[in-house]
Design a protein around this ligand. Structure first.
Ligand code: GLN
Length: 196
């Protein structure tokens, strides 16, 4: 099974190392044709304005939208990737997919502390807290009815799921813990199984 990652800017290599350690090929995506055969797509952390602008320029934003419209295709956005998946953005509004009914407030965790790590309770990953690294992260100010909160910090959602879509305000690729990657691989496996 192959998963794609938007490889314009940001934490591409870190995700690659994680997925490869779990036996999944992670193919870099810049152009629409790179999406072929990908059982899922990762949009990494980085700078959402830059990533969104170049995704639009390369035509990959429209290609992803078309593919997503066929239903069930898993997409996971971390941090900047979360912003690109949000229907509504507070702060400078980047070109984006807007596939999830939620409001992302850019850099809102970052105004207090620019970067921090906390042990986060994520019930779908089991009892052991997940080491969650936040780097100038967006706050999810609102989630729509079809969106499920998977983890919260200080009463605010930091990880959520909406059908095939997964978002995390923190960076699982920067820790040794592989559970969020495994969780997403599982979604991609289910999607592949549904197609075959
Ligand atoms: N602050 C970045 C943005 O708004 C996101 C930070 C990150 O991805 N670590 O795009």
């Amino acid at each position: 099974m192959k998963i794609g990652i938007i490889a314009i800017q940001g934490d591409v290599r870190e995700h690659q190392a994680k997925f490869e350690s779990l036996g999944v090929e992670l193919a870099t995506v810049r152009k629409p044709r790179d999406l072929e055969g990908a059982a899922g797509l990762v949009i990494p952390g980085g700078e959402s304005t830059t990533i969104g602008m170049l995704m639009q320029e390369y035509g990959v934003l429209d290609a992803i939208r078309d593919r997503a419209a066929t239903g069930g295709w898993p997409i996971w956005g971390t941090c900047a990737g979360l912003i690109l998946l949000a229907a509504e953005v507070i702060g400078p509004s980047p070109a984006r997919l807007g596939l999830i009914d939620m409001t992302a407030d850019r850099n809102a965790w970052g105004r207090q502390v620019s970067s921090f790590e906390v042990p986060l309770t994520v019930p779908v990953l089991g009892d052991r807290p997940f080491p969650a690294v936040f780097i100038r992260a967006p706050r999810i100010r609102r989630i729509g009815l079809g969106v499920t909160a998977l983890a919260s910090l200080d009463g605010q959602v930091v990880m959520a799921e909406a059908g095939p879509y997964l978002v995390s305000a923190f960076h699982p690729e920067l820790t040794d813990d592989t559970r969020v990657h495994e969780y997403f691989i599982n979604k991609a496996r289910n999607y592949s199984a549904m197609l075959s």
